[in-house]
Design a protein around this ligand. Structure first.
Ligand SMILES: CC(C)(COP(=O)(O)OP(=O)(O)OC[C@H]1O[C@@H](n2cnc3c(N)ncnc32)[C@H](O)[C@@H]1OP(=O)(O)O)[C@@H](O)C(=O)NCCC(=O)NCCS
Length: 224
């Protein structure tokens, strides 16, 4: 059963803790890359989108989606940029209401939604740098951050990796920012054995939020 937490939550109690921008310069064999965030929507709108960023949808539509997420009260975009072009990014937002994770009233819950690096820029450490910049300092200490990794979103063809090697790569990448795979009976996650729910519980998350999240992970609907 989903536990709904009583009472009105004040937004500032569950907002990620560091509003200011985190920043890192990365000297790659392909040139200087600036990794930073959260990037405000106006700044994102001014940047170009690398043509290779099409893992989730065509680059122009994904660019629009990034600007929309950055405009949300609890949305955040962290990106890697070369000159005036976005070459990689990750998104954070409250879980969608049509998914299990968005159906309970757990304001501390935030989803790492999409992580993508353009094929031309892969293997240069960009994904790792974007995640490290995003999780810098105490930003998510008041949050439970989840990532729902569905293998049908992975670029198996582009990377040439078999599905379980890809899963290993994703798991290792997420572990670097202390996101760990946890069990769930969510039907979407259970639909393929390579899928994964990765979770990071911040050190300042109240115990009632943790208990509510535990109830959300296992709802006992798919046990038999
Ligand atoms: C997954 C993805 C973001 C990785 O981006 P990246 O910038 O190439 O990753 P990094 O260079 O930071 O590498 C991170 C780790 O993965 C490993 N890795 C990256 N690409 C790899 C490949 N093709 N084969 C084996 N290992 C690989 C790196 O060696 C590194 O591991 P290490 O720390 O042991 O050296 C990128 O492949 C991508 O955009 N894929 C399509 C979208 C997607 O699947 N997103 C994730 C789900 S939302």
């Amino acid at each position: 059963m989903i536990q709904v937490r009583a009472g009105e939550m004040q937004l500032e109690k569950v907002m990620p803790m560091i509003a200011e921008t985190s920043y890192r310069e990365l000297h790659t064999p392909k040139g200087l890359v600036i990794v930073k965030g959260p990037i405000p929507p106006e700044e994102l709108a001014e940047l170009a989108m690398n043509e290779g960023l099409r893992a989730f949808r065509p680059p122009d539509r994904q660019h629009k989606a990034l600007v929309e997420i950055a405009s949300m009260e609890r949305g955040m975009i962290f990106a890697a940029g070369h000159e005036k072009e976005i070459v990689g990014y990750c998104t954070f937002h409250p879980p969608d209401e049509f998914e299990r994770w968005g159906q309970a009233n757990i304001p501390e819950l935030i989803e790492l939604g999409g992580l993508e690096v353009s094929p031309h820029w892969r293997g240069c450490g960009l994904a790792q740098a974007i995640l490290e910049v995003a999780f810098a300092g105490d930003r998510f200490e008041k949050n439970i951050v989840i990532a729902t990794e569905y293998c049908w979103h992975w670029d198996l063809k582009g990377t040439g990796l078999p599905v379980f090697k890809y899963r290993q790569m994703m798991e290792k990448l997420l572990r670097r920012v202390n996101m760990y795979p946890l069990g769930t009976d969510d039907p979407e996650i259970c639909a393929h054995p390579a899928n994964m729910l990765a979770v990071r519980v911040g050190s300042k998350v109240p115990s009632d939020a943790v208990i509510a999240f535990e109830a959300l992970r296992y709802q006992g609907k798919n046990m038999f």
